[in-house]
Write a protein that binds this ligand. Sequence first.
Ligand SMILES: O=C(O)CCC(=O)C(=O)O
Length: 225
Amino acid sequence: MFNQFVIPGALPTVYYIPDFISEDEESYLLQQVYKSPKTKWTQLSGRRLQNWGGLPHPKGMLVEKIPDWLQTYCEKISSLGAFSGKKANHVLMNEYKPGEGIMPHEDGPLYHPTVTTISLGSHTLLDFYTPVNTLEGDAPQTEENRYLFSLLVKPRSLLILQDEMYQHLLHGIRPCTQDTLTDKVVNLSTAGALSGETLTRSTRVSLTVRHVPKVIKTKLMLGRK
Ligand SMILES: O=C(O)CCC(=O)C(=O)O
């Protein structure tokens, strides 16, 4: 799958595709995000989110229709082969104001082990960590010691994480308002940035598009007597 976009400085496998969508598409998507009913938002500490497609659950996700404006991108990304021939059926949308972030975490077994992310509105740095208790030696298991490297995700880019990047590492976003880029950012050149540059965050909306393998389909009987 499109080897020219692989980031060699990371673990297998990261694809970073700059300008995956146009500025017009970005504006349209942001418009749709903010047109969603207020009830569609869930406020968490440090970010808010919208869930589309159903709630992933170990017994199966009760499938809900994804609106056409998002379905277009589910299809576009699926047709790249990101989910090994399967189709994306779930979108989690996160909104981060400057200074907000997400704690290091794994995405877990409810998803096909690929996460694809379209970024809107702002860049961010996605940081990667080894899990607790996998550090060799006597070093304390602090977040700082477990930190490995970062990816710069710019607005309109598509990021695809698979394999070890998905299955073995944790990812998170530090809650800060500015990012000073260093050589720990392993996709600097592909993302068109330079070490030493400082980027100021604005509000970022991420669309994480995924395939949930275990689903329960309901037949709505609406309109039947
Ligand atoms: O906003 C992002 O790019 C990361 C989102 C994320 O890690 C998640 O939703 O699990």
